[in-house]
Design a protein around this ligand. Sequence first.
Ligand code: ATP
Length: 457
Amino acid sequence: MAEAQRTDAVTMDDIVSLCRRRGFVFPSSEIYGGLGSSYDYGHYGVLLKENVKARWLDAMVRERDDIVALDSSIILHPRVWEASGHVEGFTDPLVDCRFCKKRYRADHLPDSQCGQRPSKRPGETESCDLTEPRQFNLMFETRVGAVEETGQKVFLRPETAQGIFINFKNVAQLARRKPPFGIAQVGKAFRNEITPGNFIFRTLEFEQMEMEYFVPPHEADEWYRYWIEERMRWHTGLGLRESHLRVRAHEADELSHYSSGTSDIEYLFPIGWSELEGIANRGAFDLTQHSQASGTKLEWVDAGTGERFVPHVVEPALGLNRSMLAFLVDAYDEEVVGERDRTVLRLHPRLAPVKAAVLPLIGKHDGMVARARALHEELRRVAYVEYDDNGAIGRRYRRQDEIGTPFAFTIDEQTLEDDTVTVRDRDSLAQERIPIGGVRAHLLEALTRPWKTPKAG
Ligand code: ATP
C-alpha cells in the first residue's frame, strides 16, 4: 500500500462514524461483542448498496447486447475448487508470533503492528518470536449431509467467477451469438481473511460483481485494454474523481498462475492507494481446467461452419461493498454554511439512497402537512422519497444532507396560495420555486441528466 495522502482530509473514522450515526452500516453481532471483519447493513446502507449494484447491472447487462446475467449457487461441487486451483493455491502466507499469539500476513508485515508494542513492527522487539511463513487456505469449509462424519466437505465460494465458468455450456447454447460475449453475476463470496479489515474494505463475507467476457483468443489483449477503459469510465461516470483513481498493471511476479495480464483499478482510500477492482486476462485456463476435470468440453462450436475454439476470458471483478466504500469516501464533505457546520454526502443522484425529501415548512400546520403528504404519496411511486415533519427545518435539511439526498421539496405558506414549492439543491444549496404539479417530472429529469461531482472543482 502506497504512502499517498488524500488532499481532502476524509478519514476512515469520519466514514465509520457517519455510517453508524445514520444507520448505513453496523458492526455485526454487536450485542455479543462483535465479530471481526463482519458488518451488517442498515436501511440507507442497503439502499446505497442496491443502487451501486443496479448501476453495475445497467452498464453490464441492460445497456448492452453482448452480456447476459447469471446467479449460480454459493455452494458448488467441491471438485470445482480443485479444478480451479483454489484448494491448492488460494492461500495467504501467514506468520504467527509464538510470544503474543498474534497472526500476520507475511506480505503485510511491514505495515503491521507488534501485538505487545503497537509502535513497533512484528519482529522488532526482543520478545517477538515469529514462525516461518505457512500457507493458509482462505476458503471456508462446511459439510453437506445430515451426519457430520459422513457428510461431504464443501466450500463457501471465495469468488463468483467459477459459477460462471461451469455454466459456460448452458449459457453459450442459449446466447445464440459467437464470442465475444459475456456472463455477469452479482453475489456473495466468503474469505477467511486474517488481516484487519479497515471497515468494509476487507470483510469475511462480501458481494462481488464479476463479469467473464469470452473472446476469440487473438482478440484477448484488445478486449483486456477495452475493459480497463470501460470500467474506469463507470467509476468516474458515477462520481469518483479521476485524481483518486489509477490503473496499476501487475508485475510479472504478482500475476496469478492463469493470468497473462492483470491490472488493478486502485482508489485513493484513506488507507492509501488500494485495489478497488481487478481486470484480468485469464486466457483459456478456467475453461480448459473444467473441461479436463469434468469431462465436459467447454468450447465454442459454430453450428454453421463447425469452427471450434476454447475462448479466452477477460474478467473485470469488483467488490460491491468496497465500491460502496469508495463512493462514500469520495462523496464525504464537511463545510461551514452560515457559521454552522454541515456534513454532506455528495453522492451521484443515481446512487443516493433517498432521492428527495418532502418537507412541510411548519410540521404542525395541517394545510402544509396535507399537501406535503399528498406530494410524498405521488413521488414514492417512482423513487425512494422521505417525508419528514419532525423538528426545525434546518435540522431536517442537515439530516438529508448527511444521507446524501440530492433534492428537498418544501411546502410553505406560498404553496397554499399559488401551488408552488421550493426545490433545494443539496450541493449548491440553491433554491428555486416550481409548480407542485411539475415536481415529479422535475425529479425524474434531474435523476437522469449527466452529473459531475462538485468536488472535482
Ligand atoms: P485483495 O488483494 O484486496 O485481497 P484480491 O486481489 O484477492 O483482493 P480479487 O480476488 O481480485 O481480490 O477479487 C475481486 C474484487 O473483490 C477485489 O478487487 C475487491 O474489490 C473485492 N474483494 C476481494 N476480497 C474482498 C474482501 N475480503 N472484502 C471485500 N471485498 C473484497
